[in-house]
Design a protein around this ligand. Structure first.
Ligand code: AMP
Length: 192
C-alpha cells in the first residue's frame, strides 16, 4: 500500500502536532505502507520523513524544481521526483496511491486536501481522504463543510467523501477498510 501525506512546512507550531506526526509515521511503517509527500525538511514534513527513515520505512519526496533550487528538499530522503510546476506536483502526489492523509497545515496543505476532495467529487479519484484532527485543528473546516451542505452548495452524501480522525493510529484501519466511493461520480473513463 502507498499513501500521500499532506502536512505543514512550518516548524513554529505546538509540540502536539509533531507528536501526532511521529505516531502516524510509526504506524505507517509498522503497517508496511509507503509514503509520498512534499519533500520538505522542516515542520511536520520534516518530522514525517525523519521518523519514517528512522523506523526503516519507505518515503519519496515530490517537489517542484524551484523548491529544490532553494534547498528545501530533505537531504536524507533518498527518492525524489522533481516537477516543473506546483500543479504537476499535485497531480503526481495522487498517482498510484491508495489514499491521502492530511495532517494540520497551512494554505499549502489545505489546497492539496481540497483539490483531492474536489477530484473525488468529480469521480476522477476514488481514494480514502483521511484528515487528522489533532487538537481540533480542523473543526472549523468541518463546520464550514456542514454549512456548505446545509446551504445546498454540496449534497448530504458528500460528507462521506472524507473522514476526520482524532488518533493517528486509527488511520491505518480506515485506509484498509475503505469502501469505494462511486456515489454520484462520473465514470473515470469519461474524464480527462
Ligand atoms: P503549508 O501547509 O502551507 O505549510 O504547505 C505545505 C506545502 O507548502 C508543501 O506541499 C509545499 O507546497 C509548500 N512548502 C512551503 N514551504 C515549504 C518548504 N520549506 N519546504 C517544502 N515545501 C514547502
Amino acid at each position: 500500500m502507498k499513501v500521500c501525506v499532506y502536512c505543514a512546512s512550518s516548524s513554529n507550531i505546538d509540540a502536539q502536532y509533531f507528536e501526532a506526526t511521529t505516531k502516524l509515521a510509526k504506524a505507517l511503517v509498522k503497517a508496511n505502507i509507503e509514503v509520498v509527500y512534499g519533500g520538505g525538511a522542516k515542520g511536520l514534513m520534516g518530522k514525517l520523513a525523519d521518523t519514517i527513515i528512522e523506523e526503516g520505512g519507505s518515503i519519496k519526496g515530490i517537489m517542484p524544481k524551484f523548491m529544490n533550487e532553494v534547498e528545501w528538499a530533505h537531504k536524507k530522503v533518498a527518492e525524489f521526483e522533481f516537477t516543473e510546476t506546483m500543479h504537476e506536483r499535485k497531480a503526481k502526489f495522487l498517482e498510484g496511491v491508495d489514499g491521502v492523509i492530511a495532517l494540520p497545515g497551512g494554505t499549502g496543505t489545505l489546497e492539496e486536501l481540497l483539490e483531492a476532495v474536489t477530484l473525488k467529487r468529480l469521480g476522477l479519484i476514488d481514494l480514502p481522504i483521511l484528515i487528522l484532527n489533532t487538537n481540533g485543528f480542523y473543526q472549523d473546516l468541518q463546520a464550514l463543510m456542514d454549512r456548505i451542505v446545509k446551504e445546498g452548495f454540496m449534497e448530504d452524501k458528500h460528507h462521506r467523501m472524507w473522514t476526520f480522525t482524532q488518533e493517528p493510529e486509527e488511520i491505518i484501519g480506515q485506509l484498509k477498510s475503505y469502501q469505494t466511493w462511486g456515489e454520484g461520480s462520473i465514470k473515470l473513463s469519461d474524464k480527462g
